[in-house]
Write a protein that binds this ligand. Structure first.
Ligand SMILES: Nc1ncnc2c1ncn2[C@@H]1O[C@H](COP(=O)(O)OP(=O)(O)OP(=O)(O)O)[C@@H](O)[C@H]1O
Length: 326
């Protein structure tokens, strides 16, 4: 891989609670290169959003980064606070959330919101900012931009609003984009269009994109590499085409099996039995072991192995490429 734009190493987030310290993100590491989409996938509560929020400096106290580092083009940003992190967030890292209405101000036209953001982060004149706002809207496929730029968010459909949010995240020309369930609130057909747009912009603008989703289908369609998370830790990391062909971690295989393949007309899902353990009540050994059909004695007692950089792709004692313990 060329030098990564975003490098996350050993990232750990802690939340002090009445019954002790919770670790919603535990020793998570990944890199994202320019023009690459890393998909982060897992069920609800896996720690995906918390990872994204930690990377972009948006953790709500008392949650805090307790270990590890976040490097943006080799520069550590995990200790950056206040105005400095706000500047990085607007200018160098953009964020796209699930609900476009949380990112848009209902009282301002989309043109004013874009122009304001551009003026805040780029050293350009007001007419130039307005021109760039138009280009940004054009880039995300808003038709008849000249007629729509002075419209308010509620005058757009859900899909078009999410395009505006993408324009807003990209208008200050960031290097990294974190998209947290960007299409979950949209109809399936609109979802595909918005994901295709994100992919095109990632390639054209050389963005490093972290795409957070619970949907393996979205990953298969959109991402280049995938990080599978379970109970705050990384279960598997690898190129999407390898992972969807042969999952190494039983949890990844379970996620794949519960994703319907529309091309084969599949509708019924085979859900993974059981549910993700609560953070304050993690089982001993591998946290996935109570749900795992390959569980061996080791899994009940020994912490799961680390992901090894070369060799093992999954944090599992008995990955699917090896014979299960009998
Ligand atoms: N303030 C908090 N105090 C205690 N636990 C928290 C707090 N905020 C989040 N958590 C827990 O942290 C874990 C990770 O949450 P996170 O939102 O990152 O999961 P996620 O994978 O993004 O799931 P979802 O898709 O539902 O958003 C969850 O178990 C959640 O209950």
């Amino acid at each position: 891989m060329t030098d990564p734009v975003l490098s996350v190493q050993g990232l750990t987030v802690e939340i002090p609670g009445r019954r002790g310290i919770l670790r919603p993100v535990d020793d998570v590491s990944f890199d994202i290169a320019a023009g690459e989409i890393l998909g982060v996938v897992g069920e609800s509560g896996a720690g995906k959003s918390m990872t994204g929020n930690a990377v972009i400096g948006l953790l709500d106290p008392p949650a805090r980064i307790s270990a590890g580092q976040v490097m943006l083009k080799g520069e550590p940003i995990h200790t950056t606070k206040g105005d400095a992190i706000r500047r990085i967030r607007g200018k160098r890292m953009g964020m796209i959330f699930q609900d476009p209405l949380t990112s848009l101000n209902p009282l301002l036209t989309i043109g004013d919101q874009l122009t304001e953001t551009i003026l805040q982060h780029l050293d350009v004149s007001e007419p130039e900012a307005r021109r760039r706002a138009m280009t940004a809207l054009d880039d995300v496929g808003i038709p008849a931009v000249e007629d729509r730029i002075d419209s308010y968010p509620h005058q757009f459909s859900g899909g078009m609003r999410q395009r505006v949010v993408i324009a807003l995240a990209l208008c200050a020309e960031p290097e990294v984009v974190i998209a947290d369930e960007p299409t979950t609130a949209l109809d399936v057909s609109v979802q595909a269009q918005v994901l295709a747009l994100l992919k095109r912009l990632c390639r054209e603008k050389g963005l490093a994109v972290m795409l957070i989703t619970h949907d393996m289908g979205v990953i298969a369609e959109t991402a280049d590499r995938v990080a599978v998370m379970y109970a705050g830790r990384m279960a598997e990391l690898g190129p999407v085409r390898d992972v969807v062909t042969v999952a190494h971690h039983p949890y990844t295989a379970g996620l794949m099996a519960s994703t319907p393949d529309a091309s084969r007309g599949e509708a019924r899902l085979r859900q993974i039995p059981g549910s993700m353990p609560r953070l304050g009540n993690l089982p001993a050994g591998c946290p996935f072991h109570p749900r795992c059909d390959r569980v061996g004695e080791k899994c009940r007692h020994d912490p799961r192995p680390d992901l090894s950089v070369d060799g093992g792709r999954a944090a599992c004692w008995f990955p699917l490429t090896e014979k299960a313990e009998t």
